[in-house]
Design a protein around this ligand. Structure first.
Ligand code: NAD
Length: 352
């Protein structure tokens, strides 16, 4: 269901509720100057697939507010106006996305009584601060390790993007004995084949330093690290960073997709043909949505993380089994799995 809204502040917005077979749909509210209904619809479909694969009792949706990033009172007025305009869309539970934050969701919940990704003062589980998505990526790596596809102890890991996802992934993988040999951010990259000190790197990033300036490694051109020799590559920055043009240079044996669609379909196919295992974003980076759904139910930090562990473990194991049994690419196997779960749920909905 596509709903176009004109907010009382004069802004335009669109809400796309893609599928509610599994339950009320959760998805972020994106605030950007250029956002089309078709882009919001694609993102809503991705949420349907991710929520279904994660085994959540939630469908997929997304919203877009057509506006440059707003701050202060203007932001609050826009979010409250958005909430009031979509009050009747009771199948949609909004969450934060680009241009919106935990505070934005506090305004939405104040108006209409529902939102996820709330500040901790309102019972929220601060998923970026705690590293929910990075934790899920590490659990996914655990399953690959147990299946004999990756040996985490001593694995040489490269991470693109040192934000909420990338930094926590580095931390959780280092705890498992992996050696983080290179990382990047938008300003540059650092490399140390003997291993980067992840704690020192985190402190350096928090104090405003860029990856390339980190004293514990050598500065290297930002995008070169994608092609460095390693066991595990985690693109955790932007969409479409590995394409048909550079897929041939990837030497990792395993790729865990931390960002959303970091690989184009052509790149995924090429890597699959070369025997490189790419765990798709809809499986590997679901820690954040699992955390959001747990928060919505009233769970705290420990319960949310236990749920991330259980659900990512189950989905990754089933994905590996399907790849082995059905000879599908990981992306095709993931879509197949999501489709089956959605069909079972749809069949159980009232049809009369
Ligand atoms: P963030 O803004 O906290 O961090 C992004 C990081 O990537 C920054 O360090 C930035 O400097 C770096 N970066 C940007 N462009 C780069 C480039 N070309 N090369 C190298 N580094 C680059 O964002 P985040 O929350 O960590 O999210 C990262 C990606 O993961 C986004 O695509 C997001 O949509 C996706 N994602 C996030 C979550 C979550 O829980 N935060 C969950 C699922 C997917």
């Amino acid at each position: 269901m596509v709903t176009f809204l004109r907010l009382r502040t004069g802004l335009d917005a669109v809400v796309v509720i893609d599928n509610v077979a599994l339950g009320p749909a959760i998805g972020g509210v994106r605030m950007r100057p250029e956002i089309s209904a078709s882009e919001v619809a694609r993102l809503a479909r991705a949420m349907t697939i991710k929520n279904a694969l994660a085994g959540l009792p939630h469908g997929g949706a997304k919203a877009g507010i057509v506006s440059p990033a707003l701050t202060g009172d203007d932001h609050e007025r826009a979010m409250r106006a958005f909430a009031c305009a979509m009050r009747q869309l009771t199948d949609y539970i909004p969450g934060p996305d680009m241009g919106t934050s935990e505070t934005s969701m506090a305004y939405v919940r104040d108006e209409i009584g529902r939102a996820v990704g709330l500040p901790s003062a309102l019972g929220g589980v601060p998923l970026d601060e705690l590293g929910a998505t990075g934790y899920g990526l590490a659990v996914c790596a655990d399953v690959l390790d147990e299946a004999g596809l990756l040996r985490l102890d001593g694995a040489r890991v490269i991470i693109q993007g040192m934000g909420a996802v990338g930094w926590h992934t580095a931390r959780f993988l280092a705890e498992r004995g992996a050696t983080i040999i290179a990382v990047s951010d938008i300003r540059g990259a650092t490399w140390n084949p003997a291993g980067l000190d992840v704690t020192a790197l985190g402190a350096h990033k928090r104090s405003g330093g860029s990856a390339g300036e980190f004293a514990g490694g050598s500065a290297v051109p930002r995008d070169d690290i994608l092609a460095f020799d390693c066991d595990l590559l985690v693109p955790a920055a932007q969409p479409d960073v590995i394409t048909a043009d550079n897929a041939g240079k990837i030497s990792a044996r395993v790729v865990l997709e931390g960002a959303n669609i970091p690989l184009t379909a052509a790149a995924e196919t090429e890597l699959a043909e070369r025997g490189v295992l790419c765990v798709p974003d809809v499986v590997a980076n679901a820690g954040g949505v699992i955390c959001g759904a747990a928060e919505y139910r009233g769970a705290g930090h420990a319960e949310a993380f236990a749920e991330i562990e259980e659900k990512i473990r189950d989905t990754t194991s089933e994905l590996l089994e399907r790849i082995r049994r059905q000879g599908m690419t990981p992306r095709a196997a993931a879509l197949h799995m999501a489709g089956e779960r959605l069909r079972v749920a749809s069949d159980l909905r009232r049809k009369f």
